[in-house]
Design a protein around this ligand. Structure first.
Ligand code: F6P
Length: 317
């Protein structure tokens, strides 16, 4: 293994992981080329050598210094062949892909269809990568959302209002559950569980009679729109509501200590795997240990255990 390529999505902690890859590779006398703008940039041949120097001062930066893009071309056979051609042309002996399900699916295609030695590193705010406990970027996203939620609570309490706060997570409710539990929210609506708006409104009305005047409902974007829930609550209870959609602020920001540590371990491990010819896998963390899972396995949607979260939120409100 003389030359490794690295391609990423974006979220907090990815730059710390790029740094870990480049510096581990340099330690083993392996050169690293950064592939810019994800699979789209790979197809266009946007590659540049990364040195120990070029990754200094990035450990605390959000996003990805390599930038990223969605690629429709890579979804085609022709696009994939072009990508493989660029990998060969640039003498890339192995590839590290850092990202969520979409990026890891691309990695699996390159490995299974074209025999490219690939190692994946899970990084997404959704924390929906199967087989691993925590993806890079997820902890920062929870903390960013929590910070916003605490501020919203100040206003909710002062104005005695109901707020419906929408968080990201694609089809997974993990981010919403974490934010709701850590933020002391009254209700959380997630794609994994059906909800009954009538009974939520009943709780709100009863609470209101008892003198409870502010309320925060967290909704996961993959479940329902905050606007729709707020409108329904006002219709049924007659109480005033406001909505906040947190959106992309959850994907940026300075990575937490946990995301940086995870990035360091996983970036380091990914290089060692390529070096030892352990490919077609994804490295991750499970029960506090580093695990290596077949890429095929991690692409299946992750089933999160929602009941513990939901019962605790119920008891604590
Ligand atoms: O997968 C990460 C994520 O931020 C999801 O939570 C969200 O649904 C999606 O990406 C948004 O994608 P885009 O940035 O392309 O709008």
């Amino acid at each position: 293994m003389k030359r490794i390529g690295i391609l990423t999505r974006d979220c907090a902690g990815i730059n710390a992981c790029i740094r870990a890859v480049v510096r581990t590779a340099s330690f083993h006398n392996i050169e690293v080329v950064g592939i810019f703008r994800g699979y789209e940039g790979l197809i266009r041949g946007e590659v540049k050598v990364l040195t120990r120097r070029s990754v200094s001062g990035i450990i605390n930066l959000g996003g990805s210094i390599l930038k990223t893009a969605r690629s429709k071309t890579f979804l085609t056979e022709e696009g994939q062949k072009k990508a493989v051609k660029i990998i060969k042309k640039n003498k890339i002996d192995g590839l590290i892909v850092i990202g969520g399900n979409g990026s890891l699916t691309g990695a699996y295609i390159l490995y299974s269809k074209f025999g490219i030695p690939v190692v994946g590193v899970p990084a997404t705010i959704d924390n929906d990568v199967n087989g691993v406990d925590l993806t890079i970027g997820a902890d920062t996203a929870v903390n960013v959302a929590l910070d916003a939620l605490d501020k919203i609570r100040d206003t909710a309490t002062s104005l005695e209002r109901i707020f419906v706060v929408e968080v990201m997570g694609r089809n997974c409710g993990w981010l919403a559950l974490e934010v709701a539990l850590a933020g002391g929210c009254e209700n959380v609506l997630i794609p994994e569980k059906e909800f009954d708006i009538e009974s939520i409104c009943e709780e709100i009305t009863e609470g209101n009679i008892r003198g409870k005047v502010s309320w925060i409902v967290v909704v996961a974007e993959g479940c329902v729109k905050a606007e729709d829930i707020a409108r329904k609550i006002t219709e049924i209870t007659g109480l005033e509501t406001r909505t906040v959609v947190l959106g992309h602020i959850q994907r940026g920001g300075c990575p937490t200590r946990l995301d940086r540590i995870l990035a360091a371990y996983l970036g380091n491990e990914a290089v060692k795997c390529l070096k030892n010819d352990e490919v077609g896998i994804c490295v991750g963390i499970k029960n506090n240990k580093i695990v290596k899972l077949p890429l095929k396995k991690v692409m299946k949607p992750k089933k999160i255990k929602v009941d513990n979260y939901l019962s605790l939120i119920k008891i604590l409100t």
